[in-house]
Ligand binder design. Structure first.
Ligand code: GAL
Length: 326
């Protein structure tokens, strides 16, 4: 089955533009849940639901500037609005089910809405995948910066947070606590001074593959991949993934799919509408006239193929769910 076209705005079952950028997908109770950034009105994170990956029902904005807040045992900054009442900036939301607590846990990148200096993790939780999430605040893991990010769940249930740190120069990996309310251990620092952003991890044949972009704001650049035998050990040196603009996209997540009992992997990237957004200014909460353009960002979804251990993608107008059958 063909998904909605690559690089074109996706629409939901009400015919409205889908706002789910920098997001993540979760499979629960026979449904796919797609979470992502929504910068309109008081929203931060949207949630859509689908049975077939083509028809997406809008389930609501699950994190907003007015979400309920609840402190946790470690100290976090609970504010969801700036001092002047404006919005903060919440990017790249990722949601996983927590086995220990039975809650759906959202981890994302928090900024103060004025600049990118806070560079924090923020956390929220909910009893259902598409209900109103309760916000548990933001923090710097062990005092470090945490910007572009992803969550990765290993086969043994351990969950890791991967994030750009030191003004994006290096990429950190942290093991999470079992309740997913904190980081527990810094387990790796990768790519010294390589300025890798938009991390997306998947595990194939017991090895940890990591996709990332370079650091050029909203403009796309050459994607790269690396692989490690262990998540806390040595990773290979960076090699090219996709073309010099990763087909006009930046990684957002890798989606593992079951095809006749074997696992295949799908690259999901954001094609930011940067022509409108990148005017040389930092627009953390975009002005009204730019919001519409930012929100016209789309997806690029392609099957990941392998040449030996080298993952690669080839451009296609749309992703076909049967792609791996041929
Ligand atoms: C990108 C990053 C996006 C957003 C943007 C802001 O590099 O991947 O998530 O933070 O910068 O300029």
């Amino acid at each position: 089955m063909l998904l909605q076209p690559n690089g074109k705005l996706w629409t939901d079952t009400d015919g409205k533009d889908m706002q789910a950028h920098g997001g993540h997908m979760l499979f629960a109770d026979g449904m796919y849940y797609l979470y992502g950034e929504n910068r309109l009105d008081n929203a931060y994170v949207s949630c859509y639901r689908s049975r077939d990956l083509v028809n997406w029902e809008f389930r609501g904005n699950v994190l907003t500037a007015d979400s309920k807040t609840e402190a946790i045992r470690t100290r976090t900054e609970l504010r969801l609005k700036r001092g002047d009442g404006g919005k903060v900036n919440i990017e790249r939301p990722k949601v996983l089910y927590c086995e220990k607590t039975g809650k759906y846990m959202m981890w994302a990148h928090y900024e103060n809405g004025v600049n990118y200096r806070d560079a924090r993790i923020c956390i929220a939780s909910c009893d259902t995948p598409d209900g109103d999430f309760t916000y548990h605040g933001s923090f710097n893991p062990y005092g470090n910066m945490s910007r572009d990010c992803t969550l990765f769940k290993d086969d043994d249930g351990a969950v890791y947070w991967l994030c750009a740190s030191r003004d994006n120069a290096d990429l950190h990996i942290y093991l999470l606590s079992d309740d997913m309310l904190n980081v527990r251990k810094h387990v790796n620092t990768l790519f010294q001074g390589e300025f890798r952003e938009a991390p997306a991890m998947f595990k194939k044949d017991g090895r940890y593959y990591l996709l990332s972009s370079y650091c050029t704001g909203w403009a796309p650049n050459q994607g790269k991949w690396a692989v490690g035998d262990t998540i806390d050990g040595l990773f290979s040196e960076l090699e090219d993934f996709g073309d010099e603009t990763t087909f006009g996209s930046q990684p957002t997540f890798v989606w593992p799919v079951d095809v006749h009992g074997r696992t295949e992997f799908v690259y999901v990237g954001d094609r930011w509408n940067y022509h409108y957004y990148a005017d040389g200014e930092e627009h953390l909460s975009p002005p009204e006239h730019m919001k519409a353009y930012y929100c016209k960002s789309s997806f690029v979804i392609l099957p990941i193929r392998f040449d030996g251990e080298r993952p690669y993608i080839e451009y296609a107008e749309a992703f076909d769910t049967d792609a791996f059958d041929r």
